[in-house]
Write a new protein. Structure first.
Length: 100
C-alpha cells in the first residue's frame, strides 16, 4: 500500500512539473524550412507552440536561441528529434510538425 502511494505521488509530481515546463516563452529567431528548389523558404519568426510543416518540407534549420523538436505527425506528439540552435535536420514529408 505504501509503495502505491509513493508511485501515485511521483506520477502527480511529474505531471505538475511537466505542465510547468511546457509554459515557456517563444524562441527568439527563425526556423527556416526548405521544401523544393522552386519554392521560397518558409520562415517561422519567433516560433512558439506547435507548427505544422509544409507538405513537401525537406530540411529544417534552427536559427533560434532554443532547441526545437521535430515530429513525424502534425500534432507535436510522440517521438521527436531535438534540433539545437545553429543546426538543422531532414524532416519527414507529408504531415510533420515542429515545436519551439
Amino acid at each position: 500500500m505504501r509503495t502505491r502511494a509513493v508511485l501515485i505521488s511521483l506520477v502527480a509530481a511529474s505531471a505538475v512539473f511537466g505542465l510547468a515546463g511546457s509554459a515557456q516563452a517563444a524562441a527568439t529567431g527563425d526556423v527556416v524550412v526548405f521544401s523544393t528548389e522552386v519554392q521560397p523558404l518558409d520562415v517561422y519568426r519567433d516560433p512558439s507552440g506547435c507548427q505544422r510543416l509544409p507538405t513537401v518540407a525537406h530540411v529544417l534549420n534552427n536559427q533560434t536561441d532554443r532547441p526545437v523538436r521535430v515530429y513525424g505527425n502534425p500534432f507535436c506528439v510522440g517521438p521527436s528529434v531535438v534540433v539545437q540552435p545553429g543546426h538543422g535536420t531532414h524532416v519527414p514529408g507529408g504531415a510533420g510538425s515542429f515545436s519551439a
